[in-house]
Design a protein around this ligand. Structure first.
Ligand SMILES: CCCCC/C=C\CCCC/C=C/C(=O)SCCNC(=O)CCNC(=O)[C@H](O)C(C)(C)COP(=O)(O)OP(=O)(O)OC[C@H]1O[C@@H](n2cnc3c(N)ncnc32)[C@H](O)[C@@H]1OP(=O)(O)O
Length: 302
């Protein structure tokens, strides 16, 4: 970026060099680098963050086409983006949504679970843990505006949020379907859903690997609201306004009081959980199941 262009930027942009550096790294223009109508905007390859119409609110969009599978890169960028927002005192709430048509997130990237070496599995699982811990314990208000299918790890990501709004479309199925892939959702996936929909509903949803359409997701409490697709963002903003009307310190301490014990269960055994994952996913039978599932997904089109 030329010096003259830098000098034309508002002073507050210069106080946040990461926003500029990101723009420079991506070779973008001044507007795309983060300054549009006086509002900051930043992005990485797979996560786009822009200020919402409401003060103090950012919209974080997943953009890993075609289906926002949670690769190591996307998971890492999600955590970095959230951290930037948490460190920027301007922001108090984030609306999490998808930039890919009709899919919120297809869950963990199956290519990360197949045919890799143990070190890579361990690195990937650490990133999944990190994403969950950082989003689950974030002191920002997180509202998921779910604008597409939301299976497995995608559902987990939405469960870290304080509130979920789902667009009303029968194709937007949601749930933890791990058992249908022949794999097992770890205890902290189970804790996330059980804290949301309760014990009995979890017994069914998790064992059956249920993917629920909007009306059923609402009925069981997996989402808090189902709205027509064209009202998704405005609803998320209204919800956000209600949550932001509460003083931050009181809400944050309350959130932590409710969620910390669940997070601590993982924090106390992160390494063991990684080892468990690596040995489970490396088994021949599990690899076979996953390969078959991936093949079926690919054949679906043909
Ligand atoms: C007792 C000890 C326990 C220890 C536990 C240890 C480990 C296990 C835990 C692991 C937890 C795993 C969590 C996960 O998240 S696994 C991922 C599960 N995800 C799914 O089942 C969703 C699969 N995808 C779909 O159902 C659909 O793709 C869709 C999201 C509904 C979108 O449908 P559509 O728009 O029709 O797109 P396509 O199906 O045509 O897909 C387009 C291409 O994307 C590829 N794809 C889809 N999903 C994934 C994925 N998750 N990862 C990688 N790639 C994916 C698909 O194959 C197509 O590829 P192509 O264009 O090359 O054919």
């Amino acid at each position: 970026m030329a010096l003259t262009a830098v000098l034309r930027l508002p002073a507050r942009a210069l106080l946040r060099p990461w926003a500029l550096l990101r723009g420079v790294a991506l070779g973008r223009t001044e507007a795309a680098a983060g300054i549009r109508n006086g509002a900051r905007r930043f992005g990485s390859q797979h996560v786009l963050v822009e200020p919402a119409a409401a003060a103090g609110v950012a919209v974080m969009k997943l953009r890993n086409p075609p289906v926002n599978s949670l690769s190591l890169e996307l998971l890492t960028e999600l955590v970095i983006s959230l951290e930037k927002l948490e460190n920027d005192k301007v922001f108090r709430g984030v609306i999490l949504t998808s930039d890919c048509p009709s899919v919120f997130s297809s869950g963990l990237d199956l290519r990360e679970l197949c045919g890799r070496n143990p070190a890579r599995y361990a690195e990937f699982w650490k990133a999944v843990q990190e994403m969950w811990l950082r989003f689950y314990l974030s002191n920002l208000v997180l509202v998921a505006a779910i604008n597409g299918a939301c299976p497995a790890g995608g559902c987990l990501l939405s469960l870290t949020c304080d509130y979920r709004v789902l667009a009303d479309n029968p194709k937007y199925l949601m749930g933890l379907n791990e058992t249908l892939l022949g794999i097992v959702a770890p205890f902290w996936f189970k804790d996330s859903i059980m804290n949301t929909i309760g014990h009995r509903a979890t017994e069914q949803a998790l064992q059956l690997g249920s993917l629920l359409p909007p009306a059923e997701a609402l009925q069981v409490g997996m989402v808090d609201q189902v709205v027509p697709e064209d009202q998704l963002l405005s609803t998320a903003l209204s919800v956000m306004a209600k949550w932001l009307a509460v003083p931050d310190h009181a809400r944050q301490l309350t959130k932590s009081m409710i969620r910390q014990a669940t997070a601590d269960r993982l924090l106390k055994q992160r390494d063991a959980d990684i080892q468990n994952f690596v040995s489970f996913i490396s088994k021949d039978a599990i690899q076979k199941s996953l390969q078959t599932y991936l093949e079926k997904l690919k054949q679906k089109k043909g």
